[in-house]
Design a protein around this ligand. Sequence first.
Ligand SMILES: Nc1nc2c(ncn2[C@@H]2O[C@H](COP(=O)(O)OP(=O)(O)OP(=O)(O)O)[C@@H](O)[C@H]2O)c(=O)[nH]1
Ligand SMILES: [Mg+2]
Length: 393
Amino acid sequence: MPSEVDQNTIRVLTPCASGAIAVIEIKGPQAAAAIHSICSAGAAHREQLPVALARVKVAGQTIDDVVVVQRGDDHSEIHCHGGVAVIESIVTVLAAALGSPGMARTVLEQWRARANEPIARTLWGFEMLARAATGGISQWASEKLARKPSHAWLIEIQRNAQWMLAASERLRAFISGDIRIALVGPPNAGKSSLANIWLGHRMSITSDQPGTTRDWIEKEVNLTSGRISMAAKLTDTAGVRTTEDGLERESIRRGLDEIVGADLILLIFDASEHTDSGHFHRVALAWAREHGLGEKLQSTPWILVGNKTDLLSDADRHVPTTFNQVYISARCGTGLDELHRLAIKLLGVPVELKYPVVLGAQQLQLMQLIREHHAEAARAILCTLGKMSADIF
Ligand SMILES: Nc1nc2c(ncn2[C@@H]2O[C@H](COP(=O)(O)OP(=O)(O)OP(=O)(O)O)[C@@H](O)[C@H]2O)c(=O)[nH]1
Ligand SMILES: [Mg+2]
């Protein structure tokens, strides 16, 4: 049986980021007494008014002017200024007032752990959330709130919140940048040049010396097409060829190992060495089989990338003969839009990535909305969604 002290909890509901206001939740049989003991003015009483202005003082010194909200008999919130030092101080004095000073450390650690959580990784998601304060979900909810709040619209908000949560779960890999794209091909094809131009700065050394890349290198890149923008991990590998050099053989083996876990393979060749795209396709497939990649290409989406098109005259320029071919020039940066479009298509990026999807702190807030089924909570959460997205810009 937990003691009364153990039943008390403190949680910082707002995310660990710079913000004007923070909300600290306190629950348990001693919640009201603890708030009363650290605030100089009277705390809120639900029967009269659920909110009250108060001044938090420690040893006679004022820390902050706050609003105390009483949500229930054993459930209150302190709405204080959002500075980190203010939050840390109030959590510390609250924990002490509850007779459990050690709790402050755990509460603050949990709060800080949420500091780097992405809110939404998609451009469209950001846009939708940014508009939330003046339009989007918020406007829709405000209109409903302006009329008499009804059970029906709360159910509707819940249904939407649930949809966002479910979509966010389904899209987690796409949102969190866990998708892996591997660049594979013979030496000198331009793998490292493509990786560099994609990243926007030098990731790998390039040279006309075959076998320049000796180890696989992985970096996060952005994949953008239309309204979809997602992060992915791009791996540049050593050029694959038969060689007597033991060190190069080991580099090639490691590169091929990396390809095993890839979600998309970019098979890259020097297109200027081939007469037409049909010939190019056959040679590339034979090359892949010769180097043990045949099976992997059966089970993983792949794109045949013909590089160095700047070396081809207009008359010699290839026209793709299969849906998964693309021609680029890593030197001039041409063809990259088409490469992004095809990559997004072949990765099977779900259509939901066009809509707002949420992670981390916002997920918690949506869950709270679903659980509490409460008009006040709905309003607070929708305002926070708007505020958080405004903070991003
Ligand atoms: N003309 C032209 N040259 C290119 C292009 N892309 C790469 N190159 C050149 O081709 C050579 C090889 O490029 P890298 O990017 O090092 O090729 P790689 O496939 O990484 O080679 P390894 O690391 O040896 O496997 C370099 O001299 C590049 O400047 C291109 O689009 N056009
Ligand atoms: Mg290289």
